[in-house]
Design a protein around this ligand. Structure first.
Ligand code: C2E
Ligand code: CA
Ligand code: CA
Ligand code: CA
Length: 275
């Protein structure tokens, strides 16, 4: 696009500027949203395949922006991570989720997504402790979802952080399992209670022999290690039937429920089992 020194070059620079300005505006709006409390949590129910009972819910953050409308967490979580705002945002999520879970029956756990950055460079122990203390939630009801990227590189503080969090009474689920740097060593070295099998392995079952093989192996491996399994993104009855047959423990996805606000999730859980 740089054939002459005139127009095209200027155009190029302008578009770069537009992207940078847009990014700066997003950062500004995000910081402001944190100040004024413009975030909400939605809760997506999780169910046991053994007895059809609801077992928990995953907290999923929502940002309703006055002009942008609904902004996806996939778009703003990375910005929050790059700017360091993730620590304050993550602490808010922990507080709100623990507070909201008090409305549900005691058998229902709350799963909270934790950014690897919160683990590696923030005071995650302090944030979890504070959320538990201020809400009074039973720590055994809180599950932290972490992705494999939290384990990348040798971080000597990591084991200590896990130990401190375990001592608080919370448990860990390994999110998006199968998509990342999957090293089976993580399952052995860190106190993972639950594996969340990524949606990409659920979407194309039972047709895909590859996904079927991965699912079967993960379930067998997890059982051998005493780790529970949950499949995410379950959308059809035939996917659920396959997962049940394979021996997957729990499910989450549109087939069972979309993410709900706190009022509707409470109504659902109070009705009891899902059938
Ligand atoms: P994730 O943790 O893998 O969450 C699952 C995503 O799949 C959610 O998207 C959920 O709404 C969506 N989903 C659930 N069931 C189905 C289904 O049956 N089919 C399909 N196609 N999708 C389904 P969402 O809410 O847009 O969140 C996107 C990502 O943003 C999450 O992926 C997570 O990585 C991140 N995220 C969300 N909330 C938080 C948070 O509070 N803190 C942090 N650090 N990250 C968050
Ligand atoms: Ca998750
Ligand atoms: Ca996931
Ligand atoms: Ca994901």
């Amino acid at each position: 696009a740089k054939r002459t020194a005139a127009g095209p070059v200027v155009e190029f620079d302008l578009s770069m500027d537009t992207a940078r300005l847009e990014r700066l505006a997003l950062e500004r709006d995000l910081a402001q949203a944190l100040e004024i409390g413009a975030f909400e949590l939605a809760y997506q129910p999780q169910a046991s395949l053994q007895d059809d009972a609801w077992t928990g819910a995953e907290a999923l953050i929502r940002w309703r922006h006055p002009e942008r409308g609904f902004v996806s967490p996939a778009d703003f979580i990375p910005v929050a991570e790059e700017t360091g705002m993730i620590h304050k945002l993550g602490a808010w999520v922990l507080h709100q989720a623990c507070q909201d879970a008090l409305h549900w029956p005691e058998a229902i756990k709350i799963a909270v997504n934790v950014s690897p950055l919160q683990f590696l460079s923030g005071d995650i122990v302090g944030a979890v402790h504070s959320a538990l203390a201020s809400s009074g939630l039973d720590p055994q009801r809180l599950e932290l979802e972490i992705t494999e990227s939290a384990f990348v590189g040798e971080n000597h503080r990591l084991s200590g952080i896990f130990d401190e969090l375990l001592a608080l009474g919370v448990s860990f689920a390994l999110d998006d399992f199968g998509t990342g740097y999957s090293s089976l060593g993580y399952l052995h070295r860190f106190p993972i209670a639950k594996i969340k099998i990524d949606r990409s392995f659920v979407t194309d079952i039972p047709e895909s022999r590859h996904s079927m093989a991965v699912l079967r192996s993960v379930v067998v491996l997890a059982r051998g290690l005493g780790i529970r399994t949950i499949a995410e993104g379950v959308e059809t009855a035939s996917q659920a039937a396959v997962l049940r047959e394979i021996g997957c423990g729990e499910v989450q996805g549109y087939l069972y429920s979309k993410p709900l606000d706190i009022v509707r999730s409470t109504e659902l859980f109070e009705k009891g089992s899902r059938m």
